[in-house]
Design a protein around this ligand. Structure first.
Ligand code: 4AD
Ligand code: MG
Length: 433
């Protein structure tokens, strides 16, 4: 067995010892006999000091060949230095160039336009801001699994290739042998409902796809969604779960990712206020508030990004907007017994103008009502027969929701556009790299 390479993040524990680390050059500078190289390896930043009279001619020559983003390794003594990033620097005894990098490395230490950066996403990901966002993404993903695991939910995986079922927005189709078209999943929910009847409490965590012709800061064509589905939860219990879940995610990032939040210059005082419970506002009241604020929205319409921003401006936590009109929402939501023009659903809107991060609802558990809604929406009945069966054989009150991962990351990181919140974003006009 070989030993695991030493990473920059472990150097503070090795002060006074010899170490060898490998990484990439972010910066070099030299003043005659003393040279400095800054290395990054994904776990941290290390300042390496090369003193000409103390190293071999080969090492000094190797230093001369270093260019931005070439890969190299260094050996030397780990020394404490309070001013250095990470609190240590390396007194180099040996330096080896591994992979040279041409002088025209695309991402230079200057301002670049977003299109250029997206064209060079494979390199853009190496920069400190992007590394911080991806660390927070990873923390949130882990926290999601921890939250549900601790609460006895079963993680289940639902199909990516589906018959035509799901949400209203655009479908990506692909040929599927003799079965005609298959469609990339827009949601795992309908399968989640079947699984909830088998296992009680489940969640899915998977990629979802929407051929939406929306060029906005919050739409991707491929995004990741977390969809819990719980047997015998009504719409109120569903919202309790959502606010506990989102509070947990935010607190977890605050606890464990402060350096990344700092790198992003996130105002953490705003995140510290995110604690359950969150206000629950009826759609009808929300429309009245919006009209008072000058919005042109009419009762019956779904709320757009601008309306959502107007609603959250009065709050410091996320808020729920509940019980939307039937025609604004998907066919599977349960009719509201108190007002049958509406359905038992909620959207969770993030503060600071980030808008909808969750869509959730209690599901229609009445066979006839569901059948009627499927017909009303002119959906292909054959594709939904198994879904209707769930109401024919042991129907049950159940609820669930979908959290958009990238929108949640964008809000927690304070990045206005979700394209930076996924390693390789898929947008209407972008399939590369
Ligand atoms: O509100 P949506 O469409 O709800 C559903 O898909 C339900 N089946 C969820 C459920 O009840 N199990 O989408 C849920 C969330 C949105 O609130 C948003 O955060 C995110 O998914 N989302 C998108 N994120 C990025 N790009 C897009 N194009 C998105 N569309 C939805
Ligand atoms: Mg929605």
């Amino acid at each position: 067995r070989t030993t695991e390479p030493t990473r920059i993040s472990s150097l503070p524990g090795l002060v006074g010892q010899q170490a060898t680390v490998s990484g990439w050059v972010t910066h070099t500078r030299s003043s005659g006999k003393v040279a400095f190289v800054t290395m990054r390896d994904g776990t941290g930043i290390l300042q390496c000091v090369v003193v000409k009279p103390q190293v071999s001619a080969e090492t000094w020559e190797a230093f001369q060949q270093l260019t931005l983003e070439c890969s190299f390794s260094v050996s030397g003594e780990v020394k404490a230095d309070a001013r250095a990033p990470g609190g240590v620097e390396l007194g180099v005894t040996e330096l080896r160039l591994i992979g040279p990098s041409a002088l025209d490395y695309p991402i230079q230490p200057k301002e670049h336009g977003v299109d250029f950066l997206l064209d060079n996403r494979h390199f853009w990901l190496r920069t400190p801001r992007q590394v911080a966002i991806m660390r927070i993404r990873n923390e949130i993903e882990q926290a999601i699994h921890d939250f549900f695991y601790e609460r006895g939910f079963l993680r289940t995986d639902t199909p990516i290739l589906t018959a035509a079922i799901g949400e209203r927005s655009g479908l990506f189709a692909t040929e599927y042998f003799d079965e005609g078209n298959a469609y990339l999943a827009q949601t795992g929910q309908l399968y989640g409902e079947a699984l909830a009847a088998a296992f009680g409490k489940i969640y899915t965590f998977g990629p979802t796809f929407r051929a939406e012709k929306s060029k906005t800061r919050r739409h991707l064509t491929e995004f990741w969604m977390i969809e819990p589905e719980v047997a015998f939860n009504d719409t109120h219990a569903n919202m309790d779960l959502q606010e506990d879940f989102v509070s947990f995610l935010v607190q977890r990032v605050l606890e464990r990712q402060m350096p990344a939040l700092k790198e992003l210059e996130r105002d953490v005082s705003k995140l510290e206020k995110v604690k359950a419970p969150f206000p629950r506002i009826d759609y009808t009241d929300a429309v009245a508030t919006l009209q008072k604020k000058g919005s042109a929205v009419q009762w019956g319409e779904d709320l757009g990004a601008e309306d959502e921003a107007l609603l959250v401006e009065d709050y410091e936590t996320p808020i729920f907007i509940c019980n939307y009109p039937k025609e604004a929402k998907a066919f599977y939501m349960k009719e509201n017994p108190a007002d049958p023009r509406t359905v038992l659903c909620d959207d969770m809107l993030a503060p600071e103008g980030y808008g909808e991060i969750i869509g959730g609802s209690q599901r229609e558990d009445d066979y006839d009502k569901l059948l009627h809604r499927i017909k009303e929406e002119h959906l292909p009945l054959e594709a939904y027969s198994w879904y209707l069966d769930l109401r024919k054989y042991g129907t049950f009150v159940h609820s669930g929701f979908g959290l958009g991962l990238e929108r949640t990351i964008a809000w927690i990181c304070g990045t206005p556009h979700i394209r930076e919140c996924i390693p390789f974003p898929r947008l209407m006009t972008r399939l590369h790299p």
